[in-house]
Design a protein around this ligand. Structure first.
Ligand SMILES: [Zn+2]
Length: 458
């Protein structure tokens, strides 16, 4: 069993990486469309042609249906789905959360996932709902960790996904992550967040993910289980989540809902398609409304997949060009609940400091939320901890950046500048990162542009 996670580029705590399991590759951040093995709305092969390297399907459902089970055991899960990219499987934990019971043991479902050749298989963890009583959350974490140990000890097991639980208790999430981190895993999912996402509790999602992430090893991808929400993805990637999955593309399509940059829209309220995917360039909303239900669902599902793929590609590019935080801020502006998530991330920026790259081309800052971004916090901390005493310098207030260029009567090392965003800037650091790369609404016009462009040219 060979598992590699090779990080190519980073921004905030997000990683651009290549995840490789048994020779199958996945470029991350990645979104895995959920395939219902009984009724795939879009054939997996076609999903692959749209640009998705991987999918996720449910081993519990496959095992329960005789015809699926037989075929998966004979031809493997890749044969069953007719898809030879990366296939991750889920274990039935979702059904456990929904219906309270499943008729399979952890050992059985882990072995079954190995037998059908899953590239990554999931343990039968216990998803605890948000705000559950403390003792229940503790018990569920205990069972989840026991099951992870049991799975790791089996001879017949796929590369494992060991899911972090702990409800909305940050300390339990951290503890669960610490204990799972001691076991060999291919992926560490953060589970039990679907109810939070459904209720738009983005700030709680931030708390839960940061707590888990603080104890998970950096050399493995983190999967935010059940998250395929375009508003949440950039925020989650900022915290270091690498994998996402989405059943919403199909569920929404069945109820005539359309994913877009403007949020989830109803087909009946669309006057035009704000998208350039093949579905939206060939049809207009009126045509779709006229179609029979099945054809409309297929087309809407395809559009929804294209939209999710656009979101993921945008996130990847933002990491490559060092603009992930800016992207998350702009995406979260689409909804006050998402913005609360961004505010929470900014308040907790300290926890991201250890992940941020040493420099960036440009740092855009708009308001209090940007002020909490880890790059600016890191500068303030390092100045405090590493820079010598600033006594004896002339403190200059009220200047616009670039500071030192504006003062000619003293040498830079005799000066320190007071700055709204950075605190104190010693004169000789005013040409360096992040002071020189910082672009704020208070900057002079023109100046702004010159420095921003310079930064972007790298
Ligand atoms: Zn479209």
């Amino acid at each position: 069993m060979r598992v590699r996670f090779e990080v190519k580029d980073r921004d905030v705590a997000g990683r651009l990486a290549r995840f490789e399991v048994n020779g199958r590759r996945l470029e991350t951040p990645a979104l895995l469309p959920v395939i219902n093995p009984n009724d795939p709305v879009v054939p997996p092969k076609e999903i692959g042609r749209m640009g998705f390297d991987g999918v996720i399907t449910n081993a519990y459902i496959i095992r329960r249906h005789e015809h699926l089970r037989r075929e998966a055991l004979e031809r493997g899960v890749h044969g069953l789905l007719d898809f030879d990219g990366f296939v991750m499987t889920d274990s039935g934990s979702f059904q456990l959360a929904e219906y309270g019971d499943v008729d399979v043991t952890n050992r059985e479902i882990v072995r079954f996932q190995a037998r059908i050749g899953s590239d990554v298989g999931t343990i039968l963890d216990i998803p605890t709902p948000p705000d559950a009583p403390r003792d229940r959350a503790e018990r569920d974490v205990e069972t989840t960790v026991e099951r992870a140990r049991e799975a790791a000890s089996l001879d017949e097991r796929p590369p494992l996904a060991l899911t972090v639980q702990g409800s909305t208790y940050e300390d339990l999430r951290r503890e669960c992550a610490e204990r799972l981190a001691e076991l060999p895993a291919a992926v560490y999912p953060v589970g039990g967040v679907v109810p939070l996402l459904e209720e738009y509790r983005f700030a709680d999602v931030v708390r839960v993910v940061l707590a888990a992430k603080s104890a998970l090893p950096p050399h493995r991808p983190v999967h935010l289980f059940g998250c395929g929400h375009p508003l949440a993805i950039p925020l989650a990637v900022c915290m270091g989540c690498d994998l996402f999955d989405s059943a919403s593309y199909a569920i929404y399509a069945r109820t005539d809902r359309y994913l877009s940059v403007l949020g989830t829209l109803r087909l009946e309220e669309l006057r035009e398609f704000p998208c350039s995917c093949p579905v939206c360039t060939r049809h207009d909303p009126g045509e779709l409304r006229e179609m029979d239900r099945e054809e409309r669902t297929r087309l809407l599902a395809r559009h929804n997949l294209h939209e999710l793929h656009r979101v993921i590609r945008t996130v990847r590019q933002a990491i490559a060009s060092g603009e992930l935080w800016e992207l998350a801020e702009s995406v979260c502006r689409a909804h006050p609940a998402a913005w609360r998530g961004m505010e929470e991330l900014s308040r907790r920026g300290e926890e991201l400091e250890r992940w941020v790259p040493g420099t960036r081309r440009s740092v855009f800052a708009f308001d209090e939320v940007s002020k909490g971004r880890p790059e600016l916090r890191l500068y303030r901390r390092r100045l405090r901890e590493r820079f010598g005493p600033l006594e004896g310098r002339r403190l200059v207030k009220g200047l616009k950046r670039p500071f030192a260029e504006r003062v000619e009567w003293l040498e830079p090392w005799e000066l320190a500048f007071a700055d709204e965003w950075l605190g104190i800037v010693p004169g000789e650091l005013s040409w360096t990162y992040p002071c020189h790369s910082l672009v704020t609404p208070g900057d002079d016009e023109g100046e702004d542009r010159r420095r921003g462009e310079e930064g972007r040219r790298r």
